[in-house]
Design a protein around this ligand. Structure first.
Ligand SMILES: NC(=O)c1ccc[n+]([C@@H]2O[C@H](COP(=O)([O-])OP(=O)(O)OC[C@H]3O[C@@H](n4cnc5c(N)ncnc54)[C@H](OP(=O)(O)O)[C@@H]3O)[C@@H](O)[C@H]2O)c1
Length: 328
């Protein structure tokens, strides 16, 4: 999708989100001209101070961003409807439908304006593969929370023959000082409430949010049209190891216990549990080979201490007790 390291005009959806805000900061730091689609400009004040232009709109209202997308050299799609505290099938379907509205609109605008579309997918598009390694050639047989992204990716692939220039970035679980990692792992651990869903022997592949932002910058500069890249660190770990590491680093009591998936499903929703208990051992070799991307945090063991230190500096509001978990 990329060409050279020139200054680009880039529209970022979900600019105030965990992933989107990291992407915005990185692209601004690289000298790009960034416009963020936001619902509430007040939430974007910090990014505006860094130089981001704000476009107020809604992902469900394409008229609010189509023209801006058409004028942009590139569009990075990171918006996602909030999962809510309990993610039912119906809610997951609403999120997927919203994502299709936005993906179709952005793709149309990019086809008209000639801009490139960088799409944020997630490892749940692959479904459960046990101990087998997943690559970009693995077919899309999604877990419940991956269905929306799988549909989005298929749509983009269909538009390639019509000239759509796109790249798909497929991150594993994204951790860093904020977002779902903070709500569903860090804050739960700090309150002594973190639990492992099931036995936890399933693989999770992670990536630090700043490393993921670097992957967008690399894709903008160098991804060929139609490229799809998994974006994960060097060492998948098991869900049990992830839970134990977060708990140990946060100091919120002893080793977390396990909760049976059926019970967890009642609290956070069955699609979440069905997804979190899938095994995704993902290879990120392709983006390293083709774009030279390297994570600054090659393993969670390296990325977790600075993440937890940043969160400790910020403090944990006592009332915060979100229970939803990763939605890839
Ligand atoms: N976090 C992970 O571990 C992970 C892993 C793999 C893939 N992903 C994918 O990465 C993408 C971003 O995830 P995230 O973790 O950054 O989520 P997030 O922190 O919840 O951010 C979502 C963003 O979407 C915006 N948004 C929500 N509803 C909107 C609407 N109706 N119109 C316009 N914007 C709206 C939010 O704006 P407000 O600030 O106004 O709410 C926010 O900026 C998603 O596609 C997700 O599936 C995430």
């Amino acid at each position: 999708v990329g060409s050279d390291r020139r200054r680009e005009s880039v529209l970022v959806t979900g600019a105030t989100g965990f992933v989107g805000s990291a992407v915005v900061r990185r692209l601004l730091a690289e000298g790009h001209e960034v416009t963020g689609l936001v619902r509430d400009p007040d939430r974007a004040r910090g990014l505006a101070r860094l130089g981001m232009r704000t476009l107020t709109g809604d992902m469900l209202d394409p008229a609010s961003y189509e023209q801006a997308a058409q004028r942009s050299g590139a569009v990075v799609h990171c918006a996602q409807l909030a999962p809510g505290r309990r993610l039912t099938r119906r809610r997951a379907a609403r999120m997927a439908a919203a994502n299709m509205v936005t993906t179709r609109a952005l793709a149309r605008a990019c086809l008209r304006g000639g801009g490139r579309l960088l799409y944020t997918s997630g490892s749940f598009v692959y479904g459960d593969h046990g101990d087998a390694w997943i690559t970009e050639r693995t077919p899309l047989t999604p877990s419940p929370l991956g269905e929306g992204h799988a549909a989005g990716v298929r749509h983009l692939r269909e538009l390639a023959p019509r000239g759509l220039r796109f790249a798909v970035l497929t991150p594993g679980f994204v951790y860093g000082p904020g977002g779902n990692f903070k709500a569903a792992f860090h804050d739960q651990a700090a309150a002594g409430r973190l639990r492992c869903i099931g036995h936890g022997a399933n693989y999770w592949s992670c990536v630090h949010v700043d490393d993921l932002a670097g992957a967008y910058a690399a894709a903008l500069a160098g991804a060929p049209p139609g490229a799809e890249y998994n974006v994960v660190d060097d060492k998948p770990l098991t869900l049990r190891e992830l839970v134990d590491r977060v708990a140990a680093g946060t100091g919120g009591g002893g080793r977390p216990g396990s909760v049976p998936p059926v019970l967890a499903g009642l609290v956070v929703g069955r699609p979440v549990v069905a997804s979190l208990t899938t095994s995704y051992r993902v290879s990120g070799a392709l983006i390293r080979e083709e774009l030279g991307w390297r994570p600054a945090y090659p393993t969670l063991a390296e990325g977790l201490p600075p993440t937890l230190a940043a969160l400790a500096r910020r403090g944990v509001p006592a009332a915060e007790n979100a229970t939803t978990a990763a939605d890839s």
